[in-house]
Write a protein that binds this ligand. Sequence first.
Ligand code: HEC
Length: 437
Amino acid sequence: MLKRNAIVLAVMALGLGSASAADPASINWSKIKPVSIGLFYPGQSSYEWLRSPEHKGADVEVNRGDSCVSCHDEPSAEQDLGNKIVKGGRLEPVPVKGKSGYKELSVQAAYDSKNMYLRYEWKTDNPYPGTEHQYLRYDGHGWNVWGFPKLDKVVQEGKQPGIYEDRMSIIIDDGKVPGFAKQGCWLTCHDGQRDMPKQFTKEEVAANALLTAIKKSDVRKFLPDTRSNPSDWKTGKSVDEISQLKADGKFVDLIQWRAHRSNAVGMADDGYVLEWRLSDAGKDMFGGNADGKTHQPLFMFDEKKMGFRSITADSQARKGNLFLVKEENAVPFDPNAGWKEGDLIPDYIISRTDAKGSAADNNAMAAWKDGKWTVVLTRPLGLTNTDDKTLRAGGVYNVGFAIHDDNITTRGHQVSFVKTLGLGAKQKVDIQAVKLP
Ligand code: HEC
């Protein structure tokens, strides 16, 4: 126990030592007014569904680009939508037991000459932090993934436990993506994607010119402009046309704080959405821990530091903050260590020192206490990478928020309608970042 906590503390300290002007831990947040944002369970309310007659009396308006909140403007709109959809029905074929339809997210924002700081706070569904992620499990012969997100069939059927990290995500547009200011994240959410209606088949993906050109084996978030028919993922534009969209800034930034895979090293990941949900250039802070050929783990816990090489399903260590961190508590996997059926090793290896380039821009500090996560995201201003939105003092951005909670991924989140975020902006915005002294 003690050892593990010591590692977590060391890792937190690492996070604090990032190249930031203000130490985010010393910002006096009590001086900055929190903005409460309603997040709701959207189920399968895709770009296509919203434009169809199923969205009764609204398809014409959504097609012509009206904003969602021009109609969904009641104070309880998010609660009403989420609490209804989450129960199951036309927009949720696989209702997840106990899932909350609505979440309140508190956001505080600040900036200085180097960074923007976003302090998020929200209540988790579970009485413990969702820092656990998938494992590799020894079955007596080989190693297989153990633990899947709750919308997966194997979890629904009780064949696998539901295990997936909590996440807090923000999508940022600087006004260059047509329609984002009015319809927000729904521009990225389409039929055909994972866990959406008419989900892709492997054969369809293999036959698709764009996805084979960018070497992808499934369909994830994309922006309408990257398709010749925005309502059909199969109609991808050419790689050259998409490069031009990117050069013109017609993409959105997607920053995900991940309770397991980035939190372990005091970071948030850095990605963007254009023709797919892509990672920024460089290297993420996490990578797969399974050998591509043998599917054995690449790393295991350092027994000298942890007291164990692996854990089992009933280990106390599963109750939070167990991470396999390359520079802290991992050693190369020993295939001859006398593995027993049921031994578990994390499916991801995490490293701050391996994280490189544009993918390694964002830092974060986090704590879970009294049923709530508090996360402080640190995002540098003035980034000039071609896959980043450049934040500037005085700037105004369109943002959408999402929380993944209780062992789930894909559509199993609560999301916000689009909001405006200003960094000391002159105009009125939903969230005004305060200039730090
Ligand atoms: C012109 C007004 C209008 C606009 C614009 C509009 N909606 Fe709706 N929306 C409605 C109405 C009315 C309903 C209820 C229709 C029904 O029950 O079939 C609805 C239903 C929904 C539902 C389904 C709720 C349920 O009970 O199943 C979702 C989700 C939704 N809207 C999301 C959005 C989003 C996201 C946007 C923006 C992209 C949007 N709407 C834009 C009027 C609108």
